[in-house]
Write a protein that binds this ligand. Structure first.
Ligand code: CA
Length: 369
């Protein structure tokens, strides 16, 4: 009897706490409780046929709906449905939509600092980027930068280390890059320009037609799983690695800052939790699906090559020049870069010990099933 009476008291006390919390929320927001009905539109930078990167926004929206008991609905629109894939920043900034899902480096033309939110040439891997964002001060630095664009940013998936792309002709040395019209995402175009490449920033749905028509000579996208779907191997058989400009490309959810501030605390938490789930899920999906896609591509005549050593060395040198030039003229870039480069320096050395030796051994000893 004593135990039952204690449980009854405890439950009354907990119930009173919940009621008090609800009453406080109602008063402070003036809304209909902590769980108001809300409908948002999300503009994605990606085409629907890419279940990896477009799917990330769908998973996010599904989880937001579930966690809000069906009250917070986010309708996900593909690239081109509301705005073009590379216009998502402006759409969120100007409140054409409340939320977007995109790659920040698409906007490096407005400010190269955006690129740190996604990936920069010879930058960090997916895990190292997570470490920087979540426990290395990266998120604070990027949030401060995004304020001027009316955006609150959340991580929204990662592709892992990308492939270097598809070429119609073999790249045997750095000489073969001269005059090459190459579709490439983000800040890497600035580096490749120094090596004579003519970079083309095309959204995903426009890459294959350009490659097929021959208006471009090569194209990189992500890696085997997405690249197979986009059929690049049919028109450009030489597949190079690694994509040194994307050691791990992180995507982002952009929430308009005024719309974000209007949200009840519960919905702010739901956005944080759902975006983190979508973020984690995307990397797992790529890691799970890439091996089979790579095997299919090889069966279909793909010719796999590492970039020649002189291409890697020249690219690294050009990258360091671009970073120095950008730091000299852009204080926002310099502020992030100076902090980021110290973090990266420690990360790559640590990853060179246990992680590298373990991966080297398991790759050489794959343990045939
Ligand atoms: Ca890419």
């Amino acid at each position: 009897m004593e135990r039952r009476s204690f449980l009854k008291k405890a439950s009354v006390a907990a119930g009173a706490g919940v009621l008090a919390a609800c009453a406080g929320k109602t008063e402070s927001t003036g809304a209909a409780g902590a769980n108001p009905k809300l409908e948002w539109t999300l503009a994605s930078s990606f085409p629907k046929n890419l279940d990896t990167i477009f799917g990330g926004a769908e998973l996010f929206a599904k989880r937001v709906k579930e966690l809000s008991s069906g009250q917070f609905i986010i309708s996900v629109k593909a690239a081109g449905e509301i705005v073009a894939g590379t216009q998502v920043l402006d759409a969120v900034k100007n409140k054409t939509v409340q939320i977007g899902h995109t790659s920040s480096y698409y906007y490096f033309g407005q400010d190269a600092t955006f690129a740190f939110d996604t990936a920069v040439p010879f930058g960090m891997t997916s895990r190292q980027h997570n470490a920087w964002m979540l426990h290395g001060g990266g998120q604070e630095l990027m949030r401060e930068f995004f304020k001027a664009h009316n955006v609150v940013n959340f991580m929204g998936g990662n592709t892992g280390t990308q492939m270097g792309g598809w070429f119609k002709k073999e790249i045997k040395s750095v000489e073969d890059l001269k005059g090459l019209k190459f579709r490439v995402g983000g800040f890497a175009g600035k580096v490749l320009s120094k090596l004579g490449v003519v970079p083309q920033q095309l959204p995903g749905d426009q890459v294959y037609p350009a490659l097929e028509k021959g208006t471009i000579d090569g194209a990189e996208w992500v890696g085997p799983y997405d690249d197979e779907k986009l059929s690049f191997y049919k028109v450009a058989p030489h597949y190079y690695y690694p994509g040194w400009w994307e050691g791990g490309a992180s995507l982002s959810f952009y929430v308009n800052s005024e719309e974000y501030e209007k949200l009840p605390e519960l919905y702010k938490s739901i956005i944080a939790a759902a975006s983190m789930e979508a973020h984690t899920d995307m990397q797992a999906k790529y890691d799970a699906k890439n091996p089979e896609a790579m095997a299919n591509l090889m069966k279909n005549g793909t010719q796999l090559h590492p970039f020649p050593d002189d291409v890697m060395a020249a690219s690294f040198k050009a990258t360091q020049e671009v970073f120095a030039e950008e730091s000299a003229k852009n204080p926002a870039f310099k502020k992030v870069f100076d902090q980021w480069i110290k973090f990266r320096y420690n990360e790559v050395q640590w990853f060179g010990i246990a992680e590298k030796s373990y991966t080297d051994f398991t790759t050489s000893n794959p343990w045939n099933p």
